[in-house]
Design a protein around this ligand. Structure first.
Ligand code: TMP
Ligand code: ASP
Length: 266
């Protein structure tokens, strides 16, 4: 393997310098963390699946006019993306109460929200990514008002599209996290969608059983995380080898019963 410069190692991905200026290679690891990395583990094959799922989702989003950093998938675990300056805000889009929203406000998990809710967290591991308001973002200059307008309108369009995309494969999109970056063109910066969209940063529930098909299986020690990620990929039609043949690595048949045995949560 040729040597290349590592730019950054995160919890689930490694970034390397890309082949051309302004490009980056995103390498997807199997490492999984939760609760600000207090809980650590691995989900076998997760990196391969997230690379494929994220490629699929970003490609679809580009087709509906969302500007993204995605250029192309390079191999099983890597994709080529545009280099951006990450805006230090995690944009959480919620359709259904779950996770920290339920905890914070005492709303039962699974309750449909009257309308889509967008929350912002300041990206700072040392502070545990605290929830912030638009006032804080403006006050501390993390993003301009104009950028925040672009981010909010893209987040809503992305949500509308993804809700439909997942509903078509019998999955309820409960919530998800987005990250955006600035792409500089001279003095002008354009905001584009960055990072990844995968079961690591989404809550995905089977519409019939309520079964969790996302990282909550790991966070909450439910087991079956590998099978859950594979199931999402399978329903999206992504379980194939690069040559188009059926992928043994992703063969779900041995596991299919397992997920059904886990307790469905409404
Ligand atoms: P939360 O309910 O824990 O705030 O999570 C909301 C959504 O954001 C959920 O789909 C998981 C995702 N998320 C991340 O991708 N990264 C994070 O660090 C956190 C806290 C949540
Ligand atoms: N990825 C985050 C972490 O490690 C949190 C999460 O997804 O729950 O801490």
């Amino acid at each position: 393997m040729s040597r290349r410069r590592q730019i950054y190692e995160g919890k689930a991905k490694i970034l390397y310098e890309g082949p051309e200026p302004g490009t980056i290679i995103q390498y997807f690891k199997d490492d999984a963390t939760a609760f600000n990395a207090q809980k650590k583990g691995t989900i076998n094959g997760k990196g391969v699946i997230n690379n494929r799922i994220s490629e699929f989702v970003f490609t679809r989003l580009a087709q509906i006019g969302i500007p993204t950093h995605f250029l192309r998938r390079l191999n099983m675990r890597e994709q080529l993306v545009r280099q951006v300056e990450i805006i230090p805000i995690e944009v959480v889009v919620r359709n259904v109460a779950a996770g920290s929203l339920s905890k914070r406000l005492g709303i039962e998990e699974g309750e449909q929200l009257p309308h889509t809710l967008i929350e912002y967290c300041y990206k700072d591991d040392a502070l545990g990514d605290p929830l912030v308001g638009e006032e804080h973002i403006a006050c501390f200059g993390w993003a301009s008002n104009e950028e925040m307008q672009d981010i909010a309108s893209m987040a809503i369009r992305i949500n509308d599209f993804l809700v439909g995309m997942f509903a078509a494969i019998n999955i309820r999109l409960v919530d998800f996290k987005l990250e955006f970056g600035r792409m500089w063109d001279g003095d002008y910066a354009r905001v584009i969608l960055a990072d990844e969209i995968s079961p690591d940063g989404c809550r995905l529930w089977d519409m019939n059983t309520g079964e969790k098909l996302d990282k909550d299986r790991f966070r909450r020690d439910l087991g079956g995380e590998e099978e859950a990620y594979q199931e999402v990929a399978r329903r999206l039609g992504l379980l194939q080898n690069d040559d188009g043949s059926a992928g043994e690595v992703f063969d779900m048949s041995a596991h299919r019963g397992k997920l059904r045995n886990t307790k469905p949560k409404k």
